[in-house]
Design a protein around this ligand. Structure first.
Ligand SMILES: Cc1cc2nc3c(=O)[nH]c(=O)nc-3n(C[C@H](O)[C@H](O)[C@H](O)COP(=O)(O)OP(=O)(O)OC[C@H]3O[C@@H](n4cnc5c(N)ncnc54)[C@H](O)[C@@H]3O)c2cc1C
Length: 500
């Protein structure tokens, strides 16, 4: 049995390579110390430490079929109970960021675990798949992924947008040279490598788009690979008291640009193969599995929101009113819905690759869709039921340190059930969850991170057709229509009075 999972210090050390991260016109040399990312890096490091902490080690890790000790979701599950245990591991990590880090290392584990269960799918790159799985699982590596082409020329075939979209430029003996951009690489500055593939909705024309039909992994220090980051909310966050979430859980999103970047053959999984580039998602079960991670993480986030709403109402003295209680009941129902779906995903699974089990596609596509509705609705309830309270806070924790205004704050900002300091602390947390730039990004994240709003509905329909659900539903409708005709009931159970 090998146990080589990274700990927090090893993880932070592993990020100090030649990666090219750009923020505010600056090439960041060390993401573990720079003000844009240092606390987010430490939040991830805590996850790695928890893999070794006696209090959480057994909940988080297990020994896989290759004898490798790894995170329970970093390997395929072979029974419903193993899937449930994997959900517990996901929950344990998600609670460490209160559900506010979407792309912790277990997210991409949804895919990487399947490499070990079905490496032969990637022939002639079977050995690459198996080798990557073993290295990945053994260390608990942190991968981001980029599937989406930048939003330009969407009205043209992919192969006509070679100036922007990722494609192979040429081959060498050792690998391939690629150029192009991909989005949106969440958390990428803090990862070990990026996984690059085509979004399942992208159309690739045979005979024309082969150069774009690629699946590969690029280590973050790949020469020619640059990350252009969005503004850092962590850097803008002033203090834990003012920004308790953005100051430590801001997983920066970036556009990845490959500028004649070299990808060694050992990091290639699909090469100029349109069929495989498109079948990858269905064959691997990524869709089934990433929604278990995403749903579980959202369940934790909604747990926090239920608690915050109850506390906010108590602080305002509005918690006994019928309308506010009904609103809290709805937030709890959203929370229950998401948790119930993840339970069904574990306990009522379907067959997965290589004899494994994975969540049923219909549950996965449903949690995917309803997650995009849950968060905006919960946010709307907060904004309605708490009124203006989330922004009734002094500008900074420093106001509480100002002796001249402190007595006024203590008097006029007090809560119904709490001191002014406790009340302001609570509402600054609520505002960071729903209203700061970090909070705003979370709404656009929950709405879009797993594809655009139409695609997730269209996929749900496609899956229902593929898995016979649509046929069964149509048959039931036809059965009901077949119960009667112009002459009356076909079954003598019911009576029909033709003269009425
Ligand atoms: C904060 C955040 C983080 C993310 N992180 C990641 C990540 O780490 N990795 C990753 O791969 N993705 C990530 N994503 C998702 C990804 O980048 C896209 O935002 C997502 O897939 C939606 O696609 P889009 O933004 O290109 O919107 P579009 O697909 O352009 O959709 C916008 C609208 O245009 C319509 N439309 C677009 N093209 C067509 C067409 N050809 N025909 C008909 N209608 C069309 C759509 O139906 C929709 O109504 C993230 C997104 C966000 C917001």
């Amino acid at each position: 049995m090998t146990d080589t999972l990274l700990n927090g210090a090893q993880y932070l050390d592993s990020l100090r390579d030649g990666r090219q991260i750009y923020v505010n016109g600056e090439h960041i040399k060390d993401v573990t110390t720079h003000a844009t990312t240092r606390n987010a890096a430490r939040s991830i490091a805590r996850l790695y430490d928890s893999l070794h902490d006696p209090a959480t080690r057994d909940r988080l890790t297990m020994v896989d079929r290759h004898g490798i000790r790894t995170h329970r979701f970093f390997t395929a599950s072979y029974t419903a109970q193993e899937l449930l245990a994997a959900r517990e591991a996901i929950t344990t990590w998600a609670r460490m960021s209160y559900g506010f880090m979407g792309r912790t290392p277990d997210y991409k584990a949804a895919f990487m675990a399947t490499l070990g269960a079905m490496p032969e799918f990637y022939a002639p790159f079977t050995n690459n798949a198996l080798a990557w799985y073993k290295r990945y699982a053994a260390k608990g590596l942190f991968l981001n992924h980029v599937l989406v082409n930048p939003p330009v020329d969407r009205n043209k075939p992919v192969h006509e947008v070679g100036d922007v979209f990722v494609h192979v430029v040429r081959e060498t003996d050792g690998g391939i040279i690629v150029s192009g951009a991909k989005m949106l690489a969440t958390g990428s500055a803090l990862t070990h490598a990026t996984f690059v593939a085509q979004n399942s909705a992208v159309q690739l024309e045979k005979g024309k788009a082969e150069d774009f039909a690629l699946v590969f992994i690029a280590p973050m220090d790949t020469p020619g690979c640059k990350l252009i980051c969005r503004p850092s909310y962590e850097m803008a966050a002033r203090s834990p008291f003012d920004h308790p979430l953005s100051s430590r859980f801001d997983e920066n999103d970036a556009v990845i640009i490959f500028d004649n970047a070299f990808i060694a053959w050992e990091n290639v999984f699909v090469y100029r193969d349109i069929e495989k580039a498109k079948r990858l998602y269905a064959a691997s079960g990524f869709m089934n599995r990433y929604n278990l991670q995403g749903g579980t993480r959202l369940g934790v986030k909604l747990d926090l929101m239920c608690g915050l709403l109850a506390k906010g109402l108590a602080s305002n003295g509005t918690d006994d009113f019928r309308g506010t209680q009904a609103a809290l009941g709805e937030v709890i129902a959203w929370r229950n819905l998401i948790w119930a779906l993840t339970a069904a995903m574990c306990l009522d699974p379907q067959a997965g690759p290589g004899g494994s089990v994975m969540p049923k596609l219909e549950y996965a596509s449903t949690v995917r869709l309803f997650s995009t509705m849950a968060w905006p609705r919960v946010k709307e309830i907060f904004e309605t039921i708490l009124g203006g309270s989330p922004i009734v806070t002094p500008s900074s924790y420093k106001d509480f340190q100002n002796a001249e205004i402190r007595p006024l704050l203590d008097q006029y900002y007090r809560g119904s059930d709490s001191s002014a300091e406790q009340r302001v602390k609570l509402f600054k947390l609520i505002w960071d969850a729903i209203g700061t730039e970090f909070g705003g990004r979370h709404e656009i994240y929950e709405r879009n991170y797993s594809g655009n709003h139409e695609q997730m509905r269209l996929d749900t329909l496609t899956f229902a057709k593929q898995r016979g659900i649509m046929d069964a539903c149509t048959q039931l409708a036809e059965q009901c229509l077949g119960d009667y005709d112009l002459q009356g009931w076909k079954d003598s159970t019911w009576t029909f009075h033709a003269d009425i």
